[in-house]
Design a binder for this molecule. Structure first.
Ligand code: SF4
Length: 267
């Protein structure tokens, strides 16, 4: 059972109503508390460039000068596309108060930590979500590891690219609805970013959404299974701003080849 209202990517339901008094914007519709709903209507089609980027390859150089890498990425796309089983379970929660870096939510849940305080202090509601592409692709990738390790790694990269796409698609939908209501959204905040430790963030997030309804569980070390999953929260309000990019708050930013590619690709 979701602690907050279920949130739908198609219906106008991402925006929970405020319950607190520290915001002045007009009251929005408050959704009923409901069982978590899983949305599976995502059309993910990662392309070869995305797979190459997830592999940490220089897409420009690989795309033109490394036929083997491109061929491998093409093979992964062909073999893996049909194995994507995208699902998002989400809850839209009204903010009822913020005190001592703890964002209190309607229904009794909360989010807390320096990252939460920095980005969500102006939020009137949040969308908490767990996204996954399901277990089929990683099962296939594992199955190829002994016979063709390169293809196995490429399939894994396809999964990473697909999860990235799913998170981006979710953020787009939430953002579009917010804009239609004259509101703004923050960047997606995930457990593990600086200021929101993995264990702390996962406990708080998984208390808000019934991730098991999308087939996602947590290990004792708070890793999600299937591995190709992501958990995140997005703040919504009249005065929140995007606040940068998740990479800006990632402890791996200095050495992450994927980030270096993104920075390079975008100047
Ligand atoms: S820097 Fe961190 S958040 Fe950014 S792509 Fe790398 S691992 Fe992901």
């Amino acid at each position: 059972m979701s602690a907050c209202g279920s949130a739908g990517p198609r219906a106008s339901t991402w925006l929970a109503g405020p319950g607190g008094s520290h915001h002045e914007a007009p009251r929005l519709e408050t959704k009923p508390v409901d069982a978590a709903v899983v949305f599976r209507d995502w059309d993910l089609r990662p392309n070869v460039d995305m797979v190459l980027r997830a592999l940490g390859a220089d897409s420009g150089r690989a795309g033109k000068g490394s036929p083997a890498a491109v061929g491998l990425a093409e093979e992964a796309v062909t073999a893996g596309q049909g194995l994507l089983q995208p699902a998002v379970v989400a809850a839209s929660c009204a903010v009822t108060g913020l005190r001592h870096q703890r964002l209190q939510l309607e229904g009794g849940g909360y989010l807390a930590g320096p990252l939460i305080n920095e980005h969500l202090y102006g939020a009137r509601s949040v969308v908490a979500a767990v996204c996954t592409i399901g277990p089929a692709l990683e099962t296939e990738a594992s199955g190829w590891f002994a016979r063709d390790p390169a293809l196995s790694v490429a399939l894994d990269a396809l999964g990473s690219a697909a999860v990235d796409m799913l998170v981006a698609a979710l953020c787009q939908r939430v953002g579009d609805e917010a804009v239609a209501e004259g509101l703004q959204t923050t960047m997606p905040l995930s457990p593990g970013l600086t200021g929101w430790p993995v264990a702390t963030g996962q406990r708080q997030l998984f208390a808000l959404v019934d991730a098991s309804s999308a087939g996602v569980t947590l290990t004792g070390s708070y890793m999600m299974l299937p591995r190709k999953s992501a958990s995140l929260v997005i703040g919504i309000g009249p005065q929140v701003d995007r606040g940068g990019e998740p990479c800006d708050y990632c402890s791996m930013a200095a050495t992450c080849r994927y980030r270096q590619r993104r920075v390079s690709d975008h100047g």
